[in-house]
Design a protein around this ligand. Structure first.
Ligand SMILES: [Zn+2]
Length: 316
């Protein structure tokens, strides 16, 4: 069996070709979640995705179609089976658990092993091979208690409003923006959102998540949630901030609150321990560093898949 980098990630075993989060969907393709760095730009053959991921991706690509599968439903194909398991990251996000003849493989997509305001945490499932992301997989990357961060964030927002400023919050349009809405709602604030964020938020509502927000043109509270890339520096009238885990580890141009929908380094290690794999393949983020730490701290065979090591042969 081979694990290959290119068109994101490929698995080749005899006649089976599986593509994980491919850029061009073909063969047996699987989409772990709706973020741009995991979703297709072209579909030759329909990929499998959860209903939620399908609905989110159709917001920007209404012509796309998917083979929709619910969570925790085992689907048997010719020579293998698969199951989508909650990944705790954004609406619809999934770990994908594959069973081949005699062994199993778990692909995490992006994973979060702590509850957020919107999504229940991911639970590990034992597997022989684990393909794992490592966005924050670097020693020392530890998120503070998320409730404390949320309290600081809300305190800051309320302070700005009290002083008569408008507030603009930068957040990724899928996932973080809806979490920001939910957090503000919990503290009695109904924010405005940009049109695209509104359309993604409608999908969250369709799947039963309660969110209260207004369009940017409506006369609501002076708090606007917009995409991170549209956030400008604070001015004499508008105070700005962004919500991202990177606020903790990188110098940003804005005030940042480290609210994250990823696991940190220590949570990733604990997750690997519980999956209890024979082999770990680190596919995104700090690939080399995290593989090294898994070998060192957990004594589990681990290797990185990236440009410097684009193909891995396994005895499975
Ligand atoms: Zn993601």
């Amino acid at each position: 069996m081979k694990i290959i980098l290119g068109n994101r990630f490929g698995i080749k075993k005899e006649k089976i070709t599986i593509l994980l989060d491919p850029i061009i969907s073909d063969f047996h393709s699987f989409i772990s979640h709706a973020h741009g760095d995991h979703s297709p730009i072209e579909i030759i053959k329909e990929p499998f995705a959860t209903k939620e991921t399908s609905a989110l991706l159709k917001v920007s690509n209404p012509e796309f179609s998917f083979k929709e599968v619910s969570y925790n439903k085992k689907v048997k194909l010719d020579n293998f089976s698969f199951e989508f398991l909650n990944a705790g990251h954004i609406l619809g996000s999934s770990q994908i658990y594959f069973e081949f003849d005699g062994f199993s493989l778990l692909y995490t997509g992006d994973i979060n092993t702590k509850d957020t305001f919107l999504i229940k945490k991911a639970k590990p499932k034992e597997a022989d091979i684990l393909m794992i992301e490592s966005t924050y997989g670097y020693p020392g990357y530890k998120f503070p208690n998320q409730e404390e961060v949320v309290n600081l964030f809300i305190k800051w927002v309320k302070n700005q409003l009290k002083k008569g400023y408008k507030v603009e919050i930068g957040a990724y349009q899928i996932g973080k923006a809806q979490e920001a809405i939910k957090i503000l709602n919990e503290f009695g604030i109904v924010p405005k959102v940009t049109e695209t964020i509104r359309r993604y938020s409608e999908v969250y509502k369709k799947f039963g998540i309660k969110l209260n927000y207004c369009s940017a043109k409506e006369n609501c509270e002076d708090v606007l949630i917009k995409p991170v890339q549209l956030i400008r520096k604070s001015s004499s009238k508008v105070k700005t901030c962004v919500l991202t885990g990177w606020a903790l580890f990188r110098k940003l141009n804005h005030l940042g609150f480290p609210i994250s929908d990823h696991s940190d380094f220590y949570e990733l290690l604990e997750y690997v321990k519980q999956v209890n794999p024979k082999k770990v393949i680190v596919v995104h983020g700090f690939t080399k560093e995290f593989a090294k730490e898994v070998r060192k701290r957990l004594r589990i065979d681990a290797i990185h898949l990236d440009e410097s090591n684009p193909e891995i042969s396994l005895k499975f």
